[in-house]
Design a protein around this ligand. Structure first.
Ligand SMILES: Nc1ncnc2c1ncn2[C@@H]1O[C@H](COP(=O)(O)OP(=O)(O)O)[C@@H](O)[C@H]1O
Ligand SMILES: [Mg+2]
Length: 257
């Protein structure tokens, strides 16, 4: 079997007495993308938080690239958080309005120093890779469209070559046409760099565009998981069938909600 990058076993997360994830198992090989799909409140972002080490795990284990996340403290936890990058839904709230795009990317490379000039080549290469240009380095987030900001967020997440990338609803706030462009971009980068990715969305058609495998969450539990083709050809769980039926037309892969 291909090298295992992520091994989640029996993962449970509770907020106080409320359990929001139970018994989640997931294995992901290096270079593969798993799409995590589920309705709002099904526990997708909680799962993302548990993977990047910001949400406390109640029981079970998360092992990334051979490292057990639950045992990490201090410097090791900081290093781990750098090696697993979360790309958020709304980059506007995570990009500082006072920092240029160049500064935001420099900060991703060197959190404490953020030297733009010293990292110029790398920053420019990433801006170009996500379909932006070098002259955009000196501009501020408010000068960009939602789609462009999401491109910046992708560049910022990937510029330090993380072992695991988690994209949480990164196209949900965008128009359908822009959504498609961002998905194509991500699929492209994924192929050329061999990213290992967790791609989260409430929309199965969106997930299908970039994923090798799919995991369906419902009420904090995995109700179905497997290769994309298998899920589409032969959905087992009633919730998955409803998700498929909600996509109008044939082929079933409409991006609109
Ligand atoms: N910090 C928190 N404290 C308490 N409950 C939370 C917290 N974050 C999320 N929840 C609850 O956990 C459940 C799962 O939320 P979330 O993981 O955000 O779902 P999703 O991302 O699939 O919409 C929801 O019922 C939500 O209200
Ligand atoms: Mg969420």
């Amino acid at each position: 079997m291909a090298e295992l990058m992520l091994d989640v076993a029996g993962l449970a997360v509770a907020y106080g007495r409320t359990r929001v994830l139970s018994g989640v198992d997931l294995q992901l090989a290096r270079g593969k993308t798993v799409g995590v799909v589920g309705e709002s409140g099904s526990g997708k972002s909680t799962f993302a938080g548990a993977l990047v080490g910001t949400t406390p795990i109640s029981s079970g284990s998360v092992v990334v690239d051979g490292v057990d996340v639950r045992g990490l403290k201090h410097g090791a936890l900081r290093d781990y958080r750098r090696s697993t990058q979360l790309i958020p839904q709304d980059p506007y709230s995570s990009l500082s309005p006072r920092r240029t795009i160049g500064q935001a990317l420099a900060e991703a490379i060197e959190p404490r120093r953020a030297r733009v000039r010293a990292n110029r080549d790398l920053i420019v290469s990433w801006l170009e890779r996500v379909g932006l240009s070098a002259d955009m380095m000196d501009r501020f987030p408010h000068e960009f469209s939602g789609g462009q900001r999401q491109r910046v967020a992708i560049a910022r997440g990937l510029i330090i070559d993380p072992s695991l990338v988690i994209a949480d609803e990164i196209t949900s706030a965008l128009d359908v046409s822009v959504q498609a462009q961002i998905l194509d971009l991500l699929a492209d980068i994924k192929r050329s760099l061999g990213l290992t990715m967790i791609f989260i969305s409430h929309n199965l058609a969106v997930v299908q565009r970039v994923s090798d495998e799919i995991m369906v969450l419902y009420g904090g539990r995995v109700v179905e998981a497997g290769p994309v083709e298998q899920i589409y050809a032969n959905p087992q769980h009633p919730y998955t069938r409803r998700l498929l039926d909600a996509d109008p037309g044939s082929p079933r892969f409409s991006l609109a909600d």
